[in-house]
Design a protein around this ligand. Structure first.
Ligand code: PRP
Ligand code: ZN
Length: 292
């Protein structure tokens, strides 16, 4: 039994999607120009497609799993007339952006009411329509599949609703972000209707690995020397580490070595606070994998 997972062929999620699967220990016999790749170390095969096609492929069981932006999936769900057999399994730590309303610099924005009667260019007419309806606003959606940002300059729309990540595209087109419609990140989805029974175990295994990879990415292993009297204070300064390992230091009765896994990342200001509390020889190491 093998499962198939769809990922974006080229775009903002492609590299991170492949990187995540790789960190989960899945290697593919692969050339990215081919549509299909065989999973060598896990019974999971890859399907490279356009992100906009992924929800449909998943709903039709052309693949049983998919990594896609929550915006793309939500647009598909809102534009279908019936429930689609798709379930979100996990939110992923990449593809962070937001779907926002942006207006030309000369536009007098006074809140969502300013949208009334306007022409709004977007690639997400269903999400935008849902947003407008929830506020009782009537406006015209101008559906564009790309280059949404230029619509106001071309005079085909008054303002836009589009994805914003760094904001560089908006700035380049003299647009101001004024309201967020939806926070977005990538997610892992599954088909729920035609899922093979013996695929469940495989999915559980994959989910555990993804969880381990994502937890490890945030975690650091910290080692330091500390005055015995400062153990409690220093433990409190280690983010997310409730029970550190305490080891004696040969020849120094008053000092100990402390080892701990910190689950929130350890930043420079944490390290300085640790030093101020009497810690020395501070080492912060990356954690590669974690199993709870
Ligand atoms: C989105 C969006 C903007 C750009 C914004 O396109 O349509 O063009 O990203 O990013 P920025 O704020 O960092 O400038 P995307 O790359 O997702 O391509 P697509 O719409 O063609 O799929
Ligand atoms: Zn796209």
């Amino acid at each position: 039994m093998r499962l198939r997972i769809a990922v974006q062929k080229s775009g903002r999620l492609s590299e991170d999607s492949l990187e995540l699967l790789k960190k989960c220990g899945i290697t593919f016999s692969h050339s990215k120009d081919r549509l299909f790749c065989f999973g060598r170390t896990f019974p999971l095969d890859l399907l490279f497609v356009r992100d906009d096609d992924i929800p449909q492929l998943l709903a039709e069981n052309a693949c049983q799993l998919a990594i896609v932006g929550q915006n793309t999936m939500r647009e598909f769900q809102l534009s279908s007339h019936h429930d689609i057999p798709v379930q979100r399994l996990a939110e992923l730590d990449f593809g962070h952006c937001r779907l926002s309303i942006a207006v030309p610099e000369s536009f007098a924005w006074k809140g969502a009411g300013s949208l009334r009667g306007k022409r709004i260019a977007t690639s997400y007419p269903a999400i935008l329509g849902d947003f407008l309806a929830s506020r009782g606003i009537e406006a015209t959606c101008v559906r564009l599949s790309g280059s949404v940002e230029v619509a106001p300059q071309l005079g085909t729309a008054d303002l836009i609703a589009d994805l914003v990540s760094t904001g560089a595209t908006l700035r380049a087109n003299q647009l101001l972000e004024v309201e967020t419609i939806m926070e977005v990140r990538a997610a892992l989805y599954r088909n729920t209707r035609d899922f093979p029974a013996d695929g469940e175990q495989l999915v559980d295994k994959l989910l555990r690995r993804i969880d381990g990879v994502q937890q490890a990415a945030e975690s650091k292993y910290v080692m330091l020397h500390a005055p015995r009297a400062a153990i409690a204070k220093i433990t409190a300064l280690l983010p997310g580490a409730e029970s550190p390992t305490i080891l004696p230091l040969e020849g120094h009765g008053d000092r100990v070595a402390m080892h701990a896994v910190c689950r929130e990342g350890v930043f420079w200001d944490h390290i300085e606070e640790l030093r101020a509390a009497g810690a020395s020889a501070v080492l912060v190491l990356p954690v590669e994998k974690m199993l709870a």
